[in-house]
Design a protein around this ligand. Structure first.
Ligand SMILES: [Zn+2]
Length: 75
């Protein structure tokens, strides 16, 4: 699964963080993806490959997302 994410999006990872949260904010997009844990504010960097494997679903889109993903129907 290739995830189209933008800074500010909230994603859920397959594996829970030790703090108990499995939700992360996307902080940076590049060759690597920067994530910040919503539970404890811990920051990590994942490669695109790791990120795509670990994400379970996208919880929320950044409110100011400039480029809306085309194939994403509104709930
Ligand atoms: Zn955490």
């Amino acid at each position: 699964m290739l995830w189209d994410v933008h800074p500010g999006d909230i994603v859920e990872l397959r594996k829970q963080h030790p703090c108990g949260s499995s939700q992360w904010t996307v902080t940076r997009i590049g060759a690597d993806i920067g994530l910040k844990c919503l539970g404890c504010a811990h920051r990590v960097m994942l490669t695109r490959g790791d990120f795509n494997k670990r994400v379970k679903k996208i919880i929320a889109r950044a409110a100011n997302a400039a480029q809306a993903p085309p194939a994403m129907p509104e709930p």
